[in-house]
Design a protein around this ligand. Structure first.
Ligand SMILES: [Zn+2]
Length: 840
């Protein structure tokens, strides 16, 4: 009667189910074929219902050396899928009365150094034992093959602490199953391999199934070899020196044999159904709750779907048994790539999945960002990351970009940018992508926006490039002390509040503290105020970057301050836009760099960024280092030492907009006054205009010619200087041309350094200075932020008076694998993300 009912039930629902299964199998076949063509799956897959095979396929090779193809009988290392067989052997011994699950391990293995661990704890991963891998790494040599006896000896000798009291928790544990292997051998008096043949393989007629490890004797017939693909080449990834053990892995089997095994679990062939039931029951922990794992099987919510995966060296395996629907999915792969397994499982469970996409950039001169010499290679991108580099042939239907021998480099990282203020209106970020920049680091010079604002910007308006930020000192001061009382050092309570604000920003992903100590918003802060805030950044694992307190008359003192911060806090410190902006100090760059080298030798991690121009852009007020804007002597000092009035252009002057674009010298002639007097007058007029306008927004700006090119070249060349633009969407030409100017003017034309070194200073070195772990190199696993350019033609075109001209020679720029810039135009892709500080 019961049987009949079941039959009716199946007849009732099976047409729909069958259609669904057929559709899923069709998808599975198509997807696995695609994955195989893209080197993401090599293995066999089998699907059966009620023991009847509905789908079976072998894709790829059994042996990467001979190229022999996989067959239905190919025997794979099951890795952790082996555990269900070990559990079965324990159950068989239990049924014969040779052991009980609640016996202490010590009863069978007297040297086992833990008193309260039982066989049941081992079967269910509740023993609290740590994994044996580290123990073996630490205490055995590179030529020692680890055996079960050897592992037990390691436990006895070192007795590592348990992770928890046995039975309190569930933590996957290979050590437990190796111990089960030892218990089987002790109790049976024979090897696991021999007992396995006798108790499991022979009764079930499994012809391609046996135990095999480095100490076991010959491999099974049809043994397949594990491999991994590295940069387009197949290399062995098979048994290692830990594989002299048996218990946690090292049962070999084929898909066909595994189906027989699966079917036997519906019968009494190996043990009775009542015995098996316990293997398929969630383990009960000490506190009465259960965990969905039995004896070598994971169990789903309904209790009807049992599965296990295995991953070890070049093998990835899966068995899923839907015991209610009598469905079986088996997947065995001899590649370290687990993508096929994940997707196959999802497809057959009706869950969402995504097939990775790949693209190839072929025929490139790869400069990888590490400083190594250019090499001819192809680069394969998988989704948003670099996958392979080498001599690579395209997969079927793969998107290929022919680099035609041009230079492929990591996308440039601008460690000092103010471009964020224009991004909402210019989300394609043409100013920067046209220079090859893919990541902007903002929050510079003590300013910037809170992390939440930047994240909100990216959400509201996706942008083409990535953003990371420091937290600005002056922004903290303004938020705490108010915009009108910044001309003093902070009081204790204000400092405490700033520390809290900074801590909160660091928690949200800020890279660290930035200061702009030359600006009035921070100039009057004490060294102690800055040091205490810097310590907060250091305590969070952050960094310090600074527009130092003086770039001219008090440069020495300002350098001393930042070295001191690095020395006390021990965190990396970086000088922003390193320069010598005092005429009578021109030519002194070797001494400045020697001083920084001394600090480094002492252990201070001090670095710098630098832009490739001999003129800066700032306010007229920085030309009065003592902030005495009405002192004629100071104004005369400024025109003689701090800038060249004939070459320094007012870029903005709200009090008289007609001055914009004119040099200070030209304005002085118009007004028939001296340069010095004109400078004082302009500061006063701008200040009055600002007062009337309510004091918000900038009312004047100047591009000050104040550096000497030989110094610029030395500062750029210092091994610890990375390139930064200090640029914005408007103003100084550096916002549109800093990086291409280095590549054109300084590398190609003046040959101040090899191209590889310049690229390193724009990518790998910069990433190191920022603590970015997976950007700045062309290397497997790194984000696919890339730039393709022509070193023969690359150049900046932005100049004073034409400050937003795009660069030449940058062909193609990718961010996270998506092209964002192609031959002079934005593509409209906006894959930029916020890069938070990597938390240690
Ligand atoms: Zn600055």
């Amino acid at each position: 009667m019961k049987k009949l009912l079941l039959f009716c039930f199946l007849n009732l629902v099976s047409p729909g189910l069958r259609a669904q299964t057929t559709a899923r199998l069709k998808t599975l076949d198509w997807v696995l074929t695609q994955l195989h063509q893209r080197a993401m799956f090599n293995g066999v897959v089998l699907y059966a219902e009620r023991g009847k095979v509905l789908y079976q396929k072998e894709l790829g090779i059994a042996n990467h050396t001979t190229g022999e193809a996989l067959k239905p009988t190919s025997a794979f290392n099951l890795a952790s899928v082996s555990k269900q067989f070990i559990a079965m052997m324990i159950m068989q011994l239990g049924k014969k009365g040779r052991l009980r699950y609640d016996d202490k391990v010590r009863t069978y293995l007297p040297t086992f150094p833990y008193d309260s661990i039982t066989i049941r704890h081992l079967l269910t991963h509740t023993s609290g034992l740590p994994e044996y891998f580290e123990l073996a790494q630490q205490y055995t040599g590179p030529l020692d093959t680890l055996t079960n006896a050897g592992m037990l000896q390691l436990l006895a000798d070192h007795k590592p602490a348990l992770l928890f009291r046995p039975g309190d928790r569930w933590t996957y544990c290979n050590t437990g199953y190796v111990l089960l292997g030892s218990i089987i051998e002790t109790v049976s008096g024979t090897s696991v391999r021999a007992l396995f043949d006798q108790q499991i393989a022979q009764p079930l007629k499994l012809r391609n199934t046996s135990v095999y490890h480095l100490k076991s004797g010959p491999p099974p017939a049809n043994r397949v070899y594990g491999f991994q693909r590295q940069n387009g080449r197949l290399i062995p990834d098979d048994l290692i020196r830990l594989d002299g053990v048996i218990g946690d892995g090292n049962v070999y089997s084929s898909a066909e044999d595994l189906l027989k095994w699966d079917q036997s679990l519906y019968t009494n062939k190996l043990v009775k159904a009542s015995t098996l039931r316990e293997a398929f029951t969630p383990v009960r922990l000490n506190n009465g709750t259960t965990y969905p794992y039995g004896f070598g099987w994971a169990i789903d919510r309904t209790g009807t779907v049992l599965d296990h995966t295995g991953s070890w060296v070049g093998f990835n395996t899966l068995i899923v048994r839907n015991t209610a629907k009598r469905q079986t999915l088996i997947l065995l792969s001899n590649s370290h790539e687990a993508t096929g397994r994940q997707i196959a499982e999802a497809i057959m469970a009706g869950e969402p999945y995504r097939v990775p996409t790949t693209q190839l950039i072929s025929n490139a001169s790869v400069i990888d960002g590490s400083g190594l010499k250019a090499r001819r290679a192809s680069v394969r991108i998988r989704d948003n990351r670099i996958w392979e580099i080498g001599d690579l042939t395209p997969f079927p239907n793969e998107t290929v970009t022919d680099a035609k021998g041009l230079t492929l480099a990591p996308g440039f990282i601008d460690s000092h940018s103010h471009h964020d203020w224009g991004l909402a209106k210019a989300p394609d970020a043409l100013a920067v992508v046209s220079q090859g920049i893919t990541t902007l680091v903002v929050g510079q010079d003590g300013g910037g926006q809170p992390v939440d604002s930047l994240r909100a910007l990216l959400k509201r308006q996706p942008i083409a490039v990535n953003l990371a930020t420091y937290t600005g000192h002056a922004a903290l001061r303004t938020g705490t002390m108010g915009p009108r009382s910044l001309y003093r050092t902070a009081k204790a309570d204000e400092l405490a509040k700033m520390k809290d604000l900074l801590r909160a920003e660091l928690d949200k992903g800020s890279l660290g503290l930035s200061t702009g100590l030359e600006y009035e918003s921070a100039f009057f802060s004490s060294r102690d105020e800055v040091l205490q805030l810097a310590q907060v950044a250091a305590d969070a694992g952050g960094r310090y970057i600074s527009h130092i307190r003086s770039e001219d008359i008090a440069l020495d003192d300002a350098i001393d301050e930042i070295i001191q911060i690095g020395r006390v806090t021990k965190m990396p410190v970086q000088i922003s836009h390193l320069k010598i902006a005092l005429r009578n100090q021109w030519g002194q760059s070797p001494y400045l760099l020697a001083r920084l080298e001394r600090a480094r030798a002492e252990g201070v991690n001090i670095t710098a960024d630098c832009y490739p121009y001999d003129y800066w852009m700032s306010t007229l007020r920085v030309l009065f280092p003592k902030r005495d804007y009405t002192n004629l002597a100071s104004a005369e000092f400024a025109v003689n030492q701090l800038f060249d009035p004939a070459q320094s252009v007012l870029v903005q002057f709200a009090a008289n907009p007609s001055y914009a674009g004119k040099t200070v010298g030209e304005v002085a002639r118009l007004r028939q006054r001296t340069n010095a007097q004109t400078l004082m007058d302009l500061v006063a007029e701008a200040s009055a205009f600002s007062e009337n306008a309510g004091g918000s927004g900038s009312v004047e700006g100047i591009m000050g010619k104040s550096m000497d090119e030989p110094d610029v070249v030395n500062l750029l060349s210092w091994p610890h200087t990375n390139i930064g633009s200090d640029g914005a969407m408007t103003g100084h030409p550096r916002g549109y041309g800093a990086f291409t100017r280095v590549l054109g003017r300084y590398v190609r034309d003046q040959k101040i350094m090899p191209l590889e070194t310049a690229i390193y200073k724009m990518t790998g070195l910069t990433a190191e200075h920022l603590g970015f772990a997976d950007r700045g190199l062309i290397a497997p696993g790194y984000l696919a932020d890339l730039v393709l350019f022509d070193p023969a033609t690359v150049s900046d075109n932005a100049a004073i008076g034409n400050n937003t001209a795009l660069s030449s020679g940058i062909q193609l720029v990718w961010v996270a694998g998506q092209p964002v810039y192609r031959s002079g135009e934005a593509t409209g892709n906006r894959p930029g993300v916020f890069i938070g500080r990597p938390i240690r």
